[in-house]
Design a protein around this ligand. Structure first.
Ligand code: URA
Length: 230
């Protein structure tokens, strides 16, 4: 991790304050003065401010039940960021592992561990995301095979990766996908002539949305939940 980020993580300082501190020449890495904010440091490096050794704060892993009309961004736009619900120190240093649209509800995972979130986001990792989908029109059973084979989304080069469709009711289904293309679920149903009228994420990998969390509520992940993502 970058040295300025390491300092922020292990103190109350902002990135700008950390950079100022580095410039002043009172920070050492393994005993040598370090001034470059971009210098890469690892857990086994000894970073100190005026001989006070810093230990990086533990990474944070959170699940939130996202309400409608909130956005999965660190910046407020038309709607407020979901990070406003996370009443912890430096909440806006956290990032969202797999965004949801403003009108989608349900499971959002939030962390400051980029390596961990990469395992969720990267299509190469094949991390499954399960959505409950409400549809405008009755589902045609032929869609099960179409989604398994892959459908062509407008503007995409390749077919979608194999996805599993479970029919709950004529207009309610569960869709499990391993990709996270822009508006993917809505575009998949549009590709087969239907329309999503409600969307709720229930599960990411082995982490299921805690049913005791009301919309807008959050909790830290358990050790087992954190370890289940790899
Ligand atoms: N697919 C969508 O279309 N929207 C979401 O919010 C998530 C997946």
């Amino acid at each position: 991790m970058r040295l300025d980020k390491f300092i922020c993580k292990s103190t109350e300082l902002t990135r700008t304050e950390a950079k100022k501190l580095l410039k002043s020449g009172i920070v050492t890495v393994n005993g040598a003065i370090a001034k470059d904010p971009a210098m890469q440091v690892h857990e086994n490096n000894e970073v100190a401010i005026e001989q006070q050794i810093l230990s990086a704060r533990q990474s944070r892993y959170i699940m939130l039940n996202k309400p409608q009309d909130t956005i999965c961004s660190n910046v407020d736009e038309v709607y407020p960021s979901v990070l406003h619900y996370i009443d912890v120190d430096k909440a806006f240093d956290l990032h969202i592992a797999g965004r949801l649209d403003a009108d989608t509800t349900g499971l959002v995972l939030i962390t400051d561990d980029g390596r961990w979130s990469h395992n969720i986001i990267s299509p190469k990792k094949l991390c499954q995301k399960r959505y409950r989908v409400w549809l405008r029109d009755d589902i045609d059973e032929a869609v099960i095979d179409k989604f398994l084979t892959g459908v062509q989304l407008q503007g995409e080069k390749n077919l979608t990766a194999p996805a599993r469709l479970d029919i709950v009711d004529v207009r309610e289904v569960l869709l499990t996908i391993t990709e996270g293309k822009y508006h993917q679920v809505k575009r998949m149903f549009a590709a087969v002539g239907n329309k999503v009228v409600g969307l709720h994420r229930e599960q990411i990998g082995n982490i299921a949305l805690d049913q005791s969390l009301l919309e807008g509520q959050w909790r830290y992940l358990t050790e087992a939940e954190i370890a289940s993502v790899s």
